[in-house]
Design a protein around this ligand. Structure first.
Ligand code: FAD
Length: 468
């Protein structure tokens, strides 16, 4: 009897424990993706990127003589239908850790088991299952460094090879047409502008990892903060959809470290930041919706989308470093990590706006959107999170520019105004933005929404007397 492989954020063939197990079960394998309400709730860019990822996964499966079946509806209904139509005896999937997915998956598992179906979940999205890492007192880790120390010498499963073949059923169940789902419908900004920045699918992800290990990881610790350099792996886009596994990245990093490549240790540590974000989300899911440290509920956050917030979203704050990074995100669907920290600090400190506003905007704009890393990143920047940067440490965007973009290559790449002959990247921002924003490359660069010294003072006086 067939096994249904329910795919979600695991769009790869290699190092895929659920797929490997399905192939081993002896019967045909029926890969399916379900377009349910959790897909409907995705932000514009992640949903668009998911559509591209599914198309690519369909092709990769076809290469192996298999298919990707697409169905819309509630996951349990769809899976039950498929079990009935195909006579499947089992449904396998890779675990996810956000509260909505966990609640859905738990209910699906219980109901399918009641139907007599072998419903089973597998690891693969994380190296360290969140419940396997705990402090000596038996609780969660709230601070990164002890978390790193607890996992850094663990054995991480060696990546599995892709199955040599995926057994196909005699008759395939019906599938929706991906185009008809129109997953790119909400992509307000020009999808055509963003598309060249996407590196799609498993083989592109493997090439990215290979090139990073060969050419960049040795200097990663030094170069990862230089904003005009491509000094990082850019793998977050692929990790978000499981086009590559963290295990594959980890083992490549370990080998590089053994070869004496100096930056490799830092790369391994960054992979563990991703694990730490999942650890926090699993144990304290409120990190997604509320101040992780409750004292922060009393902080006078501005929660409305005022004019300053609009200018922040549009990359028109008049602060070059902030605007360059916001425009980079608008055009490429990604933002340099240092940029993320700078714009998040600016929104939550200089503009005193709630981190949730920024988190939501990122969720709409990032092709590497990840629920755990995004929430942790925002609460870290705002000061309300575990192991966060203290609120009184206000990043000065001008000082950051001097330090991390000393020759101004990064800001020139993204800000057209005032340049006689602006580069194509800076101009493409004006092609990407919706017409309703009424912006043009020949506009004057805006005056600052707030003088940096005043914004800093305002933030510190809001914080004064609060001993969080
Ligand atoms: P590299 O430097 O090559 O690092 C390798 C991998 O390690 C990354 O792909 C990522 O999986 C992981 N990693 C690196 N830094 C972090 C970090 N600080 N936190 C968690 N994991 C990390 N990352 C996302 O993947 N999705 C998000 O939605 C996201 N939102 C963020 C929001 C804010 C406000 C901040 C400050 C950070 C956010 N990050 C997010 C983390 C980080 O900025 C990105 O992971 C990183 O920029 C991705 O680039 P890269 O793949 O080249 O990373």
């Amino acid at each position: 009897a067939p096994t249904i492989l329910w795919l979600r954020r695991d769009l790869r063939l290699s190092d895929h424990p659920a797929l490997t197990a399905a192939c081993k079960s002896g019967g045909p394998v029926i890969p399916v993706f379900v377009n349910d309400d959790q897909v409907a709730r995705l932000g514009a860019a992640p949903k668009w990127r998911l559509g591209l990822g599914l198309e690519e996964m369909g092709l990769a499966l076809a290469d192996k003589g298999s298919r990707l079946i697409l169905r819309k509806g509630e996951a349990l209904d769809v899976l039950r239908d498929l079990v009935r139509e195909t006579g499947a005896h089992a449904v396998y999937w890779t675990r996810l850790y956000d509260p909505d997915a966990m609640a859905r998956d738990k209910a699906v598992k219980a109901a399918l088991k009641e139907d007599g179906v072998d419903a089973r979940s597998f690891g693969g999205h994380l190296m360290f299952e969140p419940w396997t890492v705990e402090t000596k007192q038996g609780g969660l880790y709230k601070v990164y460094t002890p978390f790193w120390n607890a996992v850094k010498t663990r054995d991480v499963d060696a990546p599995l090879p892709a199955p040599s073949g995926i057994p196909a059923p005699d008759r395939w169940p019906a599938s929706d047409d991906l185009g008809a789902w129109n997953l790119g419908a909400a992509m307000r900004r020009g999808a055509a502008v963003v598309r060249p920045y996407v590196q799609l699918g498993e083989s592109a992800a493997q090439s990215r990892l290979g090139a990073f290990i060969a050419h960049k990881v040795a200097d990663y610790d030094r170069m990862r903060d230089i904003m005009a350099e491509d000094g990082t792996s850019a793998l977050s886009e692929n990790l978000a959809l499981g086009e590559i596994s963290p295990h594959q990245c980890w083992h490549a990093g370990l080998r590089a470290r053994e070869e004496g490549k100096k930056g490799a240790e830092t790369f391994l540590k960054e992979l563990v930041w991703r694990e730490f974000a999942y650890h926090l989300m699993y144990h304290t899911p409120r990190i997604l919706t509320a101040n992780w440290r409750e004292e922060w509920d009393a902080f006078p956050w501005n929660e409305d989308e005022n004019e300053d917030v609009t200018r922040w979203k549009q990359g028109r704050t008049g602060i070059e470093m902030v605007d360059a990074a916001m425009r980079e995100m608008y055009v490429t669907g990604r933002m340099h990590n240092r940029g993320r920290m700078i714009v998040a600090s600016f929104l939550t400190k200089h503009l005193l706006s709630h981190w949730k506003i920024g988190m939501k905007w990122f969720e709409d704009c990032l092709i590497d959107w990840d629920p755990a890393s995004n929430a942790m990143g925002w609460q870290w920047s705002a000061g309300s999170g575990p192991d966060a940067t203290p609120y009184f440490r206000v990043f000065n965007p001008d000082t950051q520019l001097d330090k991390f973009d000393p020759d101004r290559r990064f800001v020139r790449r993204w800000i057209a105004e005032g340049q006689g002959n602006p580069p194509a990247t800076a101009c493409s921002y004006f092609d990407a933005v919706p017409r309703s924003w009424a912006l043009s490359a020949s506009d004057r660069y805006p005056a600052p929404v707030v003088a940096l010294a005043d914004g800093r003072k305002r933030a510190l006086s809001a914080y004064e007397g609060r001993n969080f």
